[in-house]
Design a protein around this ligand. Sequence first.
Ligand code: ZN
Length: 564
Amino acid sequence: MINYSISFDNPSNQYITVKINFTSTETEHEIQLPSWRPGRYELGNFAKNVKSFTIYENNRPLSFQKITKDRWKFTCSKNESISVEYKYYANELNAGSTFLSDNQLYVNPVNCCAYIHGKQNEPFTLLLDIPTNYQIACGLEKNKNTLSGNSFDELADSPLICSPTLKHNTYESNNTLFHIWFQGEVKPQWDKIITDFKKFTDKQIEKFGDFPVKEYHFLIQISPYRTYHGVEHKTSTVIHLGPSIDIFGDVYSDLLGVSSHELYHTWNVKSIRPIEMFPYDFTKENYSELGYLCEGVTTYMGDLMLLKSGVFTIEEYLKEMETQIQKHLDNEGRNNYSVANSSFDTWLDGYVPGAPGRKVSIYTEGCLLTFILDVKIIQNSNGKHSFDDVMRYLFVEFYKKNKGVSKEDYKNTVEKFAKEDLTEFWTKHIDGKVTFLPILEESFEKLGLKLVLNENNNLSSEKLGIKAVFNGTNQTIKVILTDSSAEKTGLSIEDEIVAINSFEVKNELDKWLNYFSNDKINLLIKRKGRFINLDLNHEGNISFVKSKILVNSTNNLLFKKWIS
Ligand SMILES: [Zn+2]
């Protein structure tokens, strides 16, 4: 048994104290703090937040040695009481972090709880030393302020929020209790949210046959500022959303989208898992090319479940799909790197824009490829099967038989329901970088929908081939297309466009471009503190394309099967 405890003295310094007690079984032990967290496939290096690390044997300090950036080794006597203690700096608030404030203790144990090497499969308790008016929201078994579970993986996978201001409600689906917790400023419209959540939950469980856990918790952190992030766990999810004032208004479709996505992960990733992460190795990178299964399928299915369950109308659903297609079109990385390679490289730069045009998004490309495969399966089986059957098969034949999924297993399962050899499709579009735009257009047509690609009527996108954002003073260039007028003019990413023909642009780049559309244009650029004049070269023949999906006819078998 491993006994953890978390306490804090002064919330304003944002340090929590972590204590780990266990009985030594060897004369030498190693303590490891995870170097990454499942859901984010890059190193997190959480040990950078650890201060005052100490080890005691029967209250007597022991000497120890640090042997990697997040691993400690010490010698001791056998069968003695060992206590490991340290402080963890909890000042980051997102869906996968640990954060201490005047009104909450929010912990992702994978950030701040170390494990004893060789004892990952021992049961544990976690005592939370918190004020008496604090409630605890967490997926673990709970007895007063003590949580418990059976392995370090379970602890690492169980975020918790302790606060006197939690708002709570529940609903039931297929004999499973679902909890919704809100932390932060929000006025929950409970009837609305429970009706919608129950619909997509019912539909997801119907598609998989059963739910792999007994209870489930949506832990929703609301911030007054705009933010959007979700992290999956087996018995819970943490969602970080804002601003407070829009949660049940403009941001409500995001709340539904991210919640359905994270719930789908309970099966896909938390149960159906790439073989390379089965089990997770918290000490280093767990490379996998299957990001298009983990995140791609979940991105596609999460939204599709909202359509299938009637939470989203077809128009609302297609808006989300258009966003994915737009991201695909806007990223030239699709010509340079495959989705399989981009998945492998999440460990390198998967969560930042990075070098322009270098890579693609596993979410976007994976989503569109899954859509193509879904339509293929529905068509080839005359509406008898859909992608739901692929996922149910993986759930039953791999997760329930305690097996991880390899790339071959996944391809074979898709082929089984598509009744087609997909080797060429895989080689070209998953392991390769051949465009799948024509197949995407065909897939929409088969459903009675039409993908329309128009020239962008935004002048900076169309004439210059750039995307720029306003930094409060000037427009800053964030994307430049290859062979565009902007590139031929000599513009660079991060250039600020200060003036056009000597007139200050501020946030009106498109209007000034339009105003001078029949004149020669001279741009005043600010580049790393230096001002440069450039004459606009119009010879670029490339511009951003805008996507739109139209509904032609929904009265056909394939469409009906697709949304059922
Ligand atoms: Zn996800």
